[in-house]
Design a protein around this ligand. Sequence first.
Ligand code: MRU
Length: 366
Amino acid sequence: MVMTIYWEGGQVMMLDQSLLPVETVYIECRDFQTVADGIRRLKIRGAPAIGIAAAMGLALGAAEIDAEDHDSFIKKLLPVRDALLATRPTAVNIQWAMERMFALLSINRELPVGELKSLLADESQKILDEDIRINRAIGEVGASFIHDGDTVLTHCNAGSLATGGYGTATAAIRVAVEQGKRIKVVADETRPVLQGARLTAWELMQDGIDVTLISDTAAGSLMQHGEIDLAIVGTDRTTRNGDVANKIGTYQVAVLCKENGIPFYVAAPLSSIDFTMADGSLIPIEERPADEVTDVFGKVKIAPEGVKVRNPAFDVTPHRYVTALFTEKGAYRPKDLWRLSGSANLSVTDSALAPFRVDSVKKTGI
Ligand code: MRU
């Protein structure tokens, strides 16, 4: 499996996803500005992956700081954190990663600055390693909702490229395939940046998984003709009530699923759930440059010069359309998601959560 991001000799190697599937090129990031620029320009993208990148970027920024004591170190690190936080507003994972890194500094305030810098680099590696383990756990949960012979629709890329590895939505598919189930995937192309066409189709083909690419506009027709059994997508930020922000176009997939009696699942690591936010109306939605819509990769114009454009990068699917969410702690209905708050630090035990887990969902009667 191709590595999205990793440490090598004190620098961060970032796969440039904006060039995929044509070229496989890694950017050598020696400073946090290169990492921040890579996140902003979608060279690395996908909520968990940008959280990991931001953690590594913070460690790179920390390494350059000249400070004698804890307080002056923190003072100089805060602008680095803020620069990383400002790159992309919708995914909660950057915020999650920054909070985790700063919490570590705060509990180790007695350590010399040199050791704090190493702690940050080690923690960013830990976040990467954990992410892969969490994805695998999400995959085990999600796979039990996929039956032999199913065709799964997915939108955008919630695959290994969007994470430390293995993916979230695609983890469920990967585990189901490993279990010997015959699974077909339908990937929405995902206009305007084409993460479905360029990334999901590419990575599934690399793994030998049966994938068919469709234009976004074809999804409803395929559902209407019985060609889709379930949909699984990722999320950039899911709020406490189960409202799901994900790539633009996800909302229409969810509505079409409901209309056609098809389960709509969301693969959501706890790092992408914002338990502090009450509902999806509060999620900041990133508006991206107009040329993503008017041009194909800055090369071919497909709209008249000067046309007015809106380019929201994400939408919010209200929780009533979500059949269940796959997390590393099991599958939950949106109404029970709040029960997981605090479970990352083990204040909620697995046995306390057990009665609220969902084990299976039938195709009809959602
Ligand atoms: O703009 P992107 O490519 O970063 O958007 C990514 C998505 O919307 C993914 O579906 C989401 O981050 C979940 S990735 C596991």
